[in-house]
Every structure is written in C-alpha cells, then in structure tokens.
Design a protein around this ligand. Structure first.
Ligand code: HEC
Length: 140
C-alpha cells in the first residue's frame, strides 16, 4: 500500500465509524419517544391517584374539628344534612370565605357556642378539590 492508499483507507474507516455512530445515536433517539409514552401512562396513573372527596376532607383536617363522622364536637358543629342549607356552589363559596357568612343567624349562634374556634378559610385549595369535598359533604 502506498502512503496515499493508507490515508484513503484510514479516511474510509473513519467514515464507516462515523456512519455507525450515526446509526447508533439515531436508535438512541427512539428512547425518549418510548419514555414519552411511559410518561403519559404515568400521568394517567397520577390522575387515578387524585384524591376523592372523603380523602380531601380528611387531608384538610376537617374531621379534627367536625368529628370523625362529621357528627360535630365541642369545637365545631355537625356538618351533616348540609343539603338543607347549601347548594354546591354556596358551600364552595363558604369554604373559601367562611367569615363572610358570620351575619347569618345560624352563624351567630355558632359564634356563641364555639367561642374560640374559627372555621378556617380554605381559599388556598384548588376549586376543583373544594368541589369534590362539597360533593362528598352534600351526600352526608
Ligand atoms: C379549627 C376547627 C375547624 C376546622 C379545621 C374546620 N372547621 Fe368547619 N367549622 C368550624 C366552626 C367553629 C364552624 C362554625 C361556624 C363558624 O364558626 O364560622 C364551622 C362551620 C362549618 C360549616 C358550616 C356548617 C353549617 O351549619 O352550615 C361547614 C360546611 C364546615 N365548617 C365545613 C368544614 C370543612 C369542609 C372543613 C375542612 C376543609 C372544615 N370545616 C374545617 C371549625 C372548623
């Protein structure tokens, strides 16, 4: 082999290697696509794990004041038969801003009965979650 031929074969070999590397990295590009699919199924699993009304009521500490069965405690009234006084939207509004209802007769009585306890405002909770809690509570 002449020197020129040696250089030629060296270049050919280099091209071949680059070509192979190109193919290999192309295959690698498919991996993120597969991961995307996994990602989608992971997020739909997360949706399934979204909390239901009862879990949200527990998680937000409602039972601490209102009782394990919502039956009321020394700290807070029972929150059963809410249907008598609340629509779904009304209840959501109440949870977001309980103090704005303090003028109502029922709440004036609550104020005397549960003197030092204040129903917290849950305006920081996602409205969708408040809706789930309202739906759950209105079945009780
Ligand atoms: C710190 C104790 C406390 C916690 C925690 C609490 N509440 Fe209350 N809640 C009260 C008190 C006290 C009242 C009585 C009204 C008032 O004082 O404003 C009340 C009133 C209510 C009422 C109105 C009842 C009626 O007769 O219409 C509802 C509904 C209610 N709470 C739901 C909830 C929900 C849902 C949660 C959880 C997201 C919760 N509360 C968490 C203390 C609490």
């Amino acid at each position: 082999m002449t020197n020129a031929q040696k250089w030629m074969s060296a270049f050919l070999a280099l091209f071949l290697i680059l070509f192979i590397i190109g193919r290999v990295t192309k295959k690698d590009e498919h991996v993120p696509h597969m991961m995307d699919e996994n990602y989608v199924s992971q997020s739909s699993q997360q949706e399934k794990q979204e909390l239901d009304g009862l879990s949200l009521v527990k998680q937000n500490g409602c039972l601490t004041c209102h009782g394990q069965e919502l039956e009321g405690t020394k700290m807070a009234p029972a929150i059963v038969s809410l249907k008598e006084n609340w629509s779904r939207d009304g209840l959501i509004n109440y949870l977001r801003n309980p103090s704005s209802y303090s003028g109502d007769k029922r709440f004036q009585e609550y104020k005397l009965k549960y003197k030092n306890i204040v129903m917290p405002s849950y305006g920081n909770i996602d409205v969708k979650d408040l809706g789930k809690m309202a739906d759950y509570l209105l079945t009780k």
